[in-house]
Design a protein around this ligand. Structure first.
Ligand SMILES: [Fe+2]
Length: 312
């Protein structure tokens, strides 16, 4: 039988799940699925449309310094070397869709979470991503739409988590992220640091935070291999539809909905409206895919060369 993923998931931990920040121990850092050899092999055959390669400024929270690139003609081992010596963030999105072994890991993660958290209910539309990132690399302040966890495999990173409420997360910004009017990036103010919770995540630790909790991540001075998981539950979906409907009502019809309830008549009316809008022919599709404007090149300064901008 495969090794359990959680070492000591207590009832006290379960009571915190999605209600407050929760750090747990896991065993996935011992898996050979995340060795350099396994990652290099994955990179070489990974579908382009599921792989993001990014670079960004050191320090600060300037979203405009975030750039996308591609790996050019490098081998998997060369890509890993470029990440070790440069400032890159590689996101192998949805590795569960690409390789059965990782799908099994994802299913095992949520089977154990479901077994430990009473009342969680079924989890669905789950995704597993592998993040391979450089010493000092960072991800700027943002809020994610589904349930999110970060699992550390190798290296150390500092995770800054903020309360999922104003002023850290304005209702309008969340609605805009959910309706696709803006990317996950949301406004950051250094004054938020007074209310931050900081976690230095070590190999064998995972962190889960309340739904839509704003966060930013800064690697310590070492290569990092981490996993991200996304998941949905009925409750998460209700919040999504409520915010989606409120966002459409505000942006399209100029109506500021007072209710943020996820039960009752107003919610069901809103749900019907949200479904009509989202899946009907009236939805305007917004795409925030960004442009690729560099490729990895170990012989160039910083390990990259700028190329003409092209669609991702
Ligand atoms: Fe995130």
């Amino acid at each position: 039988m495969a090794e359990a993923i959680f070492e000591n998931f207590t009832p006290a931990d379960a009571a915190k799940w999605s209600r407050s920040n929760l750090r747990l121990n896991h065993t996935l850092d011992r898996s050979s699925l995340f060795s350099d050899e396994a990652l290099a092999a994955l990179i070489e055959t990974y579908p382009d449309h599921l792989c993001d390669i990014s670079t960004m400024a050191t320090g600060g929270c300037d979203h405009s310094t975030w750039r996308y690139g591609n790996i050019g003609d490098l081998s998997g081992a060369q890509v890993l070397n470029a990440v070790k010596s440069g400032r890159f963030w590689i996101n192998l999105r949805s590795v569960d869709k690409v390789d059965r072994r990782y799908r099994d890991v994802l299913e095992a993660m949520f089977a154990e979470i479901g077994a430990n958290v009473p009342g969680l209910g079924p989890t669905y539309r789950k995704k597993l991503g592998i993040l391979i990132s450089s010493p000092g690399a960072q991800v700027f302040y943002h809020a994610d739409v589904p349930g999110q966890s970060l699992w550390q495999i190798r290296g150390r990173k500092r995770v800054h988590v903020y309360p999922p409420a104003p002023p850290f997360l304005q209702r309008e910004d969340l609605e805009n992220v959910i309706t696709g009017i803006q990317e996950e990036d949301i406004p950051y103010d250094p004054a938020f640091e007074e209310h931050v919770s900081i976690y230095d995540l070590e190999p064998g630790e995972m962190l889960h935070w309340p739904l839509n909790g704003p966060h930013r991540v800064v690697n310590h001075d070492c290569l990092n291999v981490s996993l991200t998981t996304e998941h949905w539950t009925t409750d998460i979906h209700r919040h999504y539809m409520m915010n989606y409907a409120n966002g459409v009502l505000r942006n399209v019809f100029g109506h500021r909905a007072r209710s943020r309830a996820v039960t009752g008549t107003a919610f069901w009316a809103k749900l019907a409206f949200a479904l009509f809008w989202k899946y009907g022919r009236f939805q305007k599709r917004y795409e925030f895919k960004g442009m690729i404007d560099f490729k990895l090149d170990p012989s160039a300064p910083g390990g990259l060369v700028t190329i003409p901008a092209q669609a991702r």
